[in-house]
Write a new protein. Structure first.
Length: 325
């Protein structure tokens, strides 16, 4: 290998003061050993993206940067923009200064030791290396069940994502530059990266429990994330509605024949319960279908406004580059 290439880590942080120092320490050790092995350049950096935290997170990031400016950088977002936007803010800030970039959560759930393998796969010519969980032993039954159903449901609904892969992945500079052309406001990086293409592979790792602090993804957020993923990547729900409408029309044709026959034989007084039931059923179905269509219209509304997906208040880096978007 010629001279080693520059790796940037992008770590989104939202109220992570309990775990951040530990994460920084472990990443620092990992970077030092990768540099000693000449796998990555000494210009490599760890970038923490503060996603509008209300705790000490940004203070800690500033401290880390001051203590070690040639290793730790920080991006402070002007307000909480959500995990996906925070990751994108990091990626778009580093896309021109790195050769490869790895995104990882701040809570040490992703295995830091997988980074070596990811970097080696990059040198083998892969532009994207997906970190895939090999086991979910540390998850509760509920989390495991909901998360695995999420991937299966996404697939059935036509949004193809890598099974059991979250946002722990390596991407090359080339992929980041192509990703910059995806202008959508409703971000779902797991669906977007496979769309970029290029040679890719998977590495398997065991996901740990959160080292400290609480999850910022309760069930409600996870459900809305799933709905966002499906409606951003597939129009299958709309097609299902059309199919349902067709089935209902055929069914109503037979219902009409049935009603006609009963009337002919003079049993019409029996019809009350079936009328009430079908009114409720059809009413419910119509509302549900309207809701799905509304979901898409809401998205179009958000997309046409083209509001910025994140706003960077400050970029702490030893190159002293300030950026605003
Ligand atoms: N996060 C963020 N903005 C948010 C919510 C979460 O940047 O609005 C970060 C969080 O700090 C963490 C990562 O996204 O680094 C994943 O969140 P979390 O670990 O809470 O999710 P879980 O692993 O429980 O699904
Ligand atoms: Mg987590």
């Amino acid at each position: 290998m010629d001279s080693p290439e520059i790796l940037y880590m992008v770590v989104p942080c939202y109220n992570e003061h309990e775990v951040l120092r530990q994460t920084a320490e472990q990443l620092k050790n990992k970077f030092n050993s990768l540099m000693a092995e000449k796998l990555i350049s000494s210009k490599s950096r760890i970038v923490f993206v503060n996603d509008g935290s209300s705790d000490q997170t940004w203070l800690i990031i500033k401290e880390l940067h001051q203590a070690c400016p040639n290793l730790f950088s920080g991006i402070d977002l002007a307000h909480n923009s959500g995990h996906q936007n925070a990751v994108l803010a990091g990626l778009m800030t580093v896309k021109d200064i790195c050769d490869m970039c790895i995104t990882m959560d701040a809570d040490l759930q992703d295995d830091i030791n997988t980074i070596d393998e990811m970097v080696k796969k990059y040198y083998e010519g892969n532009h994207v290396v997906y970190g895939v969980r090999s086991a979910r032993e540390t998850d509760t039954f509920f989390k495991k069940f909901t998360a695995e159903s999420f991937y299966k449901f996404m697939k059935v609904m036509g949004a193809d994502v890598v099974y059991n892969h979250a946002d722990f992945r390596l991407m090359s500079k080339r992929v980041l530059q192509e990703l910059a052309n995806f202008k959508e406001v409703n971000l779902f990086l797991r669906g977007m990266v496979p769309l970029v293409g290029f040679q890719n592979c998977k590495v398997y790792y065991e996901r740990h429990e959160r080292a400290a602090g609480k999850s910022k993804y309760p069930l409600k957020k996870m459900l809305s994330f799933a709905v966002n993923g499906i409606t951003s990547f597939s129009t299958k729900p709309l097609k299902l509605i059309t199919a349902l409408g067709l089935i209902m029309s055929v069914a109503s044709f037979f219902a009409f024949i049935w009603a006609f026959i009963t009337k002919f034989f003079g049993y019409t007084e029996l019809g009350w319960s079936s009328t009430i039931c079908s009114i409720w059923l059809i009413g419910g179905l119509q509302l549900f279908c309207l809701g799905i269509i509304g979901e898409y219209i809401g998205k179009i509304y958000a997309e046409v406004k083209q509001r910025p997906r994140y706003i960077i208040a400050e970029f702490l880096s030893d190159t002293n580059k300030k950026e605003e978007k």
